[in-house]
Write a protein that binds this ligand. Structure first.
Ligand code: F0G
Length: 456
């Protein structure tokens, strides 16, 4: 019996990556005002900034691209995608969008008003920003274990049903619908169990509220259910996914994740009134409903990608890669969010850099240090992303200070991961030299993308 889990693909096209020196990286990072979002990607060796839209497409997807029907209206590529998505989700209406946040903006514009509350396990940053943009409030109600980096739980993305019920009882009139994010990206890429989703669904139904899923990483979530939830081992990942979709009234998806494409997203809904309003807005800002801001070839690549994203050999390798990196971190005494999630390893920056106070953004500082040390780009999931400057000039901070190393799909091989693990261990030995930062410029929304920093 051979236990090694290998990349279940071989490589046909390669893209060189460039080795750089520490001096070069120091200069580039200074030029970027200590914000890795502002680096030129060619100055990055291993890019773990995001798993969104960064993966490698298959030969089959590239083949499908040649079949793209670029008709403005009624493109056959749309009907192909629609049939794949209807079969998978069971929802009546499929509305393509250029990516996830476009689906978010449209959904919240047509369903949400000032003063509303939208519960979720944890809203992703663009989801939260789009809700706040409507004057509504995004409420995070993940279970307590989901907020503690080292608490052990097979489904740390689960929502806290007691707190949901309490909110429904107290503020039900302000809640247009409930949401659930699969997997819980901001909380560590942690999965939600089928049982939790079902109970949440029943609770919302008792109060007459619909449920909308954010399904960016639904395939990874479904694989976790297969591996971890009692009684699920003999089911296909697709049938688990179908059951999850059946428990909700619609979903939005950034297809740049488990859709295995570089661009794309969609909104899928049952409610005809919402759909009509959404399509009106779609035409205003995205495009005609049979392309929604995408090219016909993008729709083709997505139709194939949705099927490849559910391949169980691929998903087993995918989750194992993340777990492998997590094991290497733990063996070196590097604190991470445990157990590892589906798409990323999250380093606990407070543990890594105990000398840096939260006012000096330890996770941001760690992110910069990783780039300087090894040319690796991660992303801060901490107080720059989720904290804010209040109107009275005070700062709010986030509960966790994490650095997410998100892994593009089907792109890096095991030696890339071994290199990254070694670099992080090296940095750990010199962690006391890492300096904190102060924010010298920030925007009102999504400030992490553009903020500028100086060493504290
Ligand atoms: N919801 C979740 C859970 C996400 O992770 C993302 C994107 C979105 C919505 C928005 O989708 O980028 O296509 O507009 N997450 C990326 C990330 C950016 O790096 O985690 P989008």
């Amino acid at each position: 019996m051979i236990h090694t889990i290998i990349e279940p693909f071989r490589i046909k096209t390669v893209e060189p990556i460039r080795m750089t020196t520490r001096d070069e990286r120091r200069r580039w990072l200074d030029d970027a005002k200590l914000n890795v979002f502002k680096l030129a990607a060619e100055h990055v060796l291993l890019d773990f900034l995001t798993d969104s839209g960064t993966g490698a497409m298959s030969g089959k997807q590239w083949g499908a691209i040649m079949e793209g029907d670029e008709s403005y209206a009624g493109s056959k590529s749309f009907f192909r995608l629609e049939s794949v998505l209807k079969d998978l989700t069971g929802y009546r209406h499929i509305i393509p969008t250029h990516q996830g946040r476009a689906a978010e903006r449209i959904l919240f514009s047509v369903t949400t008003k000032k003063g509303d509350l939208i519960p979720n396990n944890t809203h992703f940053d663009t989801t939260r920003a789009n809700i706040e943009y409507q004057g509504a409030e995004a409420v995070d109600l993940v279970i307590p274990e989901g907020r503690q980096p080292r608490a052990q739980h097979p489904f740390k993305g689960n929502i806290d049903l007691e707190r949901v019920e309490d909110l429904l009882r107290r503020e039900g009139h302000r809640i247009p619908f409930g949401m659930m994010t699969l997997t819980n990206n901001s909380g560590g890429g942690q999965p939600v169990s089928l049982a939790n989703l079902r109970a949440y669904r029943e609770l919302l139904m008792r109060y007459g509220k619909p449920l909308i899923l954010d399904v960016c990483r639904y395939a990874e979530n479904s694989m976790f259910v297969k591996l971890r939830e009692p009684g699920m081992q003999n089911r296909t990942v697709k049938s688990i996914a179908q059951e999850m979709f059946s428990l909700a009234d619609g979903c939005l998806m950034s297809a740049k994740k488990d859709g295995m494409v570089n661009i794309g997203g969609f909104l899928a809904l049952n409610d005809s009134e919402w759909v009509e309003a959404a399509k009106t807005l779609l035409i205003l800002t995205e495009g005609f409903p049979t392309y929604g801001g995408l090219a016909g070839r993008d729709l083709e690549a997505l139709a194939v990608g949705m099927e490849e994203g559910l391949n169980e050999d691929y998903l087993r390798y995918r989750l194992r890669t993340v777990e492998y990196m997590g094991e290497k971190m733990k063996a070196a005494g590097v604190a991470i969010v445990e157990p590892t999630g589906g798409h990323a390893v999250y380093l606990d920056a407070r543990d890594f850099l105990p000398q840096i106070p939260q006012e000096q953004y330890p996770a941001w500082s760690l992110c910069n240090a990783l780039y300087l040390e090894a040319g690796i780009r991660g992303v801060e999931i901490g107080s720059v992303m989720f904290g804010k400057r209040n109107d009275d000039g005070t700062e709010s901070y986030h509960a966790m200070e994490l650095v997410r190393l998100a892994f593009p799909r089907r792109m890096y091989t095991q030696s890339h991961f071994d290199y990254a693990a070694e670099a992080i261990c090296e940095l750990k030995a010199r962690a006391h030299d890492v300096r904190g930062v102060k924010m010298v410029k920030q925007a009102r929304y999504l400030r992490h993308f553009t903020a500028e920093f100086a060493y504290a």
